[in-house]
Design a binder for this molecule. Structure first.
Ligand code: NAP
Ligand code: G4F
Length: 354
C-alpha cells in the first residue's frame, strides 16, 4: 500500500505539530507549509525533522497563505490526498489590531487553497478547514452551540473565519469537493502559544511557584470557554476526513469554565490558594505568603477586547455519534499537564539564570 500524502498549513502551530505526529504514526508522508521568519519558528516540530537527504516522511516547504503561487505550486508538486488548512492569524485580540492581515490569512487564505484544488481538478483530495467556535459569539437562548446554531462573530478573526467556513461549504456544493469544516471549541496544551489566556496563566503561576515576583495582568476574568485538549481534537480533524461523506462537525467537551476558574484550578495544583477581592478593573487575585497578603493578579483594560464573546459551550453529540469522539483528557487533566510541563520549563529557566 502506498503511503497517503498529507499537506498541513500551520504545521508550526499547536495543532499542526500534534497533527503531524499523529499522521506520521499512521505512516503518512507529511508535508508542511512554513513561513519564512528571521528567527526560528519550528520549535514545536523540530523533533520530527530529519534532513531530507536521509530517509524521511516529513518535509517542510516555504510558502505563505497570502501567496497564491506558493500554495498552487506546492499542491501541484506534492499531490496530497488530504489537505489540513490550519494556518491562520489565530489570535482574536490581535485581529482587532491587524484586521486586514487577519482577513487575508484566515479568510482569503482558505480561498487560495480551495482555488488551487479547483484549478488542479483535484476532486479526490480531501480538505479540512479549521473553523472555530468564534463563529458563534452570541447566545440565543441556547445552553450550548451545535452545527445548526446561528453564527454571530464578534471579532475580525471571527468574520475572517466565517468567510472560510462558507467558502468551504460553497466549494463542496458547487464543485463536489470533499471539503469539511471542523468547528472546534478552544483547545489547549503545553504547546499552546504563550499569549493565549490558559498558557499565559500556567506559565505565570509556575514561575511564581519557583519564586518569581512578577504580577500577572489579565483582561476579562468572567469569560467562559469550553476548553479541551489539542491532542484529542487533532485526532477528530483526521477522523472528519476519513468519513464517507464530507460534513461539518462541532468538536467540544460540552463543559464551560470561566477564566477565573481556570486560574483557581491551576493554582490548586501548585498548592497556591488564590483569593479574590474587588470588582471589574479593580479585581485582584492574591495569595497568603510569609504571613502576608500578596497580590499576584491584576486586571488591565489593555487585555479587554473591543467586543467580547462572553460564553462558549459546545454540543459535541454529532461527533460523539459519527466520529466516536471520546476525549482522553478532562478539564483537570488538561490543566495538570500544562502545569507539569510549565513547571519543568520554569525550573530550566531558573537553572540557566544561576
Ligand atoms: P497557532 O498555534 O496560532 O498556529 C497557527 C499556524 O498558522 C502557525 O503555524 C503559523 O505559523 C501559521 N500561519 C500564520 N500566518 C500564516 C501565513 N500567513 N501563512 C501560512 N501560515 C501561517 O494556532 P492553533 O491553535 O494551532 O490553531 C490551528 C488552527 O485552528 C488555526 O486556524 C486556528 O484559527 C484554528 N482554531 C484554533 C482553536 C484553538 O482553540 N486552538 C479553536 C478553533 C479553531 P508561525 O508559527 O510561523 O506563526
Ligand atoms: O485564550 P484566548 O485568547 O482565546 P480565544 O479568544 O477564545 O480564542 C481562541 O479560541 C478560539 C476558539 O473559540 C480560536 F478560534 C482562536 O484561534 C483562539 O485559539 O482568550 C480566551 C478568553 C477570552 O474571553 C479573553 O478575553 O480569555 C479572555 N482573557 C482574559 N484575559 C484573555 C486575557 N485572553 C488573552 N489572550 N489574554 C489575556 O490576558
Amino acid at each position: 500500500m502506498k503511503n497517503k500524502i498529507a499537506l498541513i498549513t500551520g504545521i508550526t502551530g499547536q495543532d499542526g505539530s500534534y497533527l503531524a505526529e499523529l499522521l506520521l504514526k499512521k505512516k503518512y508522508k507529511v508535508h508542511g507549509l512554513i513561513r519564512k521568519s528571521s528567527s526560528f519558528n519550528t520549535k514545536r516540530i523540530d523533533h520530527l525533522y530529519i534532513d531530507p537527504h536521509n530517509r524521511t516522511n516529513f518535509f517542510l516547504h516555504y510558502g505563505d497563505l497570502t501567496d497564491s503561487n506558493s500554495i498552487y505550486n506546492l499542491i501541484h508538486n506534492i499531490k496530497p490526498n488530504e489537505i489540513y488548512n490550519l494556518g491562520a492569524q489565530s489570535h482574536v485580540g490581535v485581529s482587532f489590531e491587524n484586521p486586514e492581515y487577519t482577513a487575508e490569512v484566515s479568510g482569503i487564505g482558505t480561498l487560495r487553497v480551495l482555488e488551487a484544488m479547483r484549478f488542479l481538478k483535484m476532486k479526490n483530495v480531501k480538505f479540512y478547514q479549521a473553523s472555530t467556535s468564534e463563529l458563534f459569539g452570541e447566545k440565543y437562548n441556547e445552553k450550548s452551540f451545535n452545527e445548526q446554531s446561528k453564527f454571530h462573530p464578534k471579532s475580525p478573526y471571527g468574520v475572517a473565519k466565517l468567510y472560510s467556513y462558507w467558502i468551504t461549504s460553497v466549494y463542496r456544493e458547487a464543485y463536489g469537493l470533499f471539503a469539511c469544516n471542523g468547528i472546534l471549541f478552544n483547545h489547549e496544551s503545553p504547546r499552546r502559544g504563550e499569549t493565549f489566556v490558559t498558557r499565559k496563566i500556567t506559565r505565570f503561576l509556575t514561575r511564581r511557584k519557583l519564586g518569581s515576583n512578577e504580577i500577572l495582568y489579565l483582561g476579562n476574568l468572567n469569560a467562559k470557554r469550553d476548553w479541551g485538549h489539542a491532542k484529542d481534537y487533532v485526532e477528530m480533524q483526521w477522523r472528519i476526513l476519513q468519513q464517507k461523506k464530507s460534513e461539518d462537525y462541532v468538536i467540544a467537551t460540552g463543559a464551560t469554565h470561566t477564566v477565573r476558574e481556570f486560574i483557581v484550578a491551576a493554582g490548586k495544583l501548585l498548592n497556591l490558594k488564590i483569593y479574590w477581592s474587588g470588582k471589574g478593573l479593580k479585581e485582584r487575585g492574591y495569595i497568603h505568603e510569609d504571613n502576608r497578603k500578596k497580590v499576584i493578579i491584576k486586571v488591565d483594560k489593555k487585555y479587554f477586547r473591543p467586543n467580547e464573546v462572553d460564553y462558549l459551550r459546545g454540543n459535541p453529540i454529532k461527533a460523539q455519534k459519527k466520529l466516536n469522539f471520546k476525549p482522553k483528557y478532562s478539564f483537570l487533566s488538561l490543566v495538570k499537564e500544562m502545569i507539569n510541563e510549565d513547571l519543568f520549563l520554569a525550573q530550566e529557566e531558573l537553572n540557566k539564570k544561576r
